[in-house]
Design a protein around this ligand. Structure first.
Ligand SMILES: NC(=O)c1ccc[n+]([C@@H]2O[C@H](COP(=O)([O-])OP(=O)(O)OC[C@H]3O[C@@H](n4cnc5c(N)ncnc54)[C@H](OP(=O)(O)O)[C@@H]3O)[C@@H](O)[C@H]2O)c1
Length: 251
């Protein structure tokens, strides 16, 4: 039996990873604020899955996720994911927002990693992947919270990869480009408002700038993550892998 904890897994890319791991027979511990619909969908597919409702910024959420894995007696894979922060100019971000999103995007994932490590050790190693963004490598205006906090997480995870490598715990990040999920509709609306154009115009310009000339699919990101989370990944750690249709070709 292989056990995975997945956060931010009730929709979008996180859900696509859950579906992919379910196909491989993992037992899933699925976290999000409202996981019940996703849990039911996965159970209907025959997956073994338990839902844990909670905000990743809260200490109790990480504790509850790890408690479920402890009951199963092992942990093999951990996906760190959550929703994106608000789109707004850097200097308009309030101190309260910096603190709130630091708790969600840096402290929340790192706390869950820390609480998971004893169980990884007892399981003989493990695999960790965080979903970040191509904008870590290529910061965009209007998303200062994302640009800054994800960069902090990526360097923290590289440190974890160095420190946990000797114990067979491999830690990586996957940086998606433009992927067709609910988040993209929200992103297009926010950027359309800022630029005074329609969301369709934002989508058209976006696709024009992608070398593969289309949005990515959540399943295409999930395939890469499923590999990095599996024992088939024996020798990749400390990396941030772009899955972006060629958007960021340097750096
Ligand atoms: N889509 C893209 O093109 C793209 C590109 C680059 C980066 N990203 C980033 O990649 C991540 C995933 O994107 P996506 O498009 O798959 O997003 P999505 O469809 O909006 O999914 C976000 C997931 O996170 C959960 N979530 C949101 N806030 C949470 C919180 N505070 N605590 C726990 N869970 C929370 C949501 O479920 P609940 O509502 O039930 O909590 C949902 O399961 C996001 O951080 C996004 O910014 C996306």
């Amino acid at each position: 039996m292989r056990v995975a904890i997945l956060t931010g897994a009730s929709s979008g890319m996180g859900f696509a990873v859950a579906r992919r791991l379910a196909q491989e027979g993992y037992v899933l511990i699925l976290g999000s604020r409202n996981p019940s619909v996703a849990v039911k969908q996965l159970q209907d597919m025959g997956a073994k899955v338990v839902g844990v409702a909670g905000d990743l910024a809260d200490v109790t959420t990480a504790e509850a996720l790890v408690r479920e894995a402890e009951q199963l007696g092992r942990l093999d894979a951990l996906l760190l994911n959550h929703g994106g922060p608000p789109v707004k100019p850097l200097l308009e971000i309030t101190e309260e927002e910096w603190r709130r999103y630091f708790d969600l995007m840096v402290l929340g994932p790192l706390r869950l990693l820390r609480l998971s490590v004893p169980l990884f050790r007892r399981s003989g190693g493990g695999r960790v992947v965080a979903i970040t963004s191509f904008t870590v490598k290529n910061p965009h205006p209007g998303i200062g919270l994302s640009n800054s906090l994800r960069a902090a997480l990526v360097n923290a995870l590289k440190t974890a990869a160095l420190e946990l490598g000797p114990e067979g715990i491999l830690v990586n990040a996957v940086a998606p480009g433009y992927i067709l999920t609910e988040r993209i509709a929200e992103w297009n609306r926010a950027h359309a408002e800022r630029e005074g154009v329609t969301p369709e115009e934002i989508a058209r310009r976006t696709v024009e700038g992608i070398p593969l000339k289309r949005y990515g699919k959540p399943e295409e990101v999930a395939e890469v993550i499923a590999f990095l989370l599996s024992p088939a990944n024996g020798y990749i750690t400390g990396q941030q892998l772009l899955v972006d249709g060629g958007l960021v070709v340097a750096g």
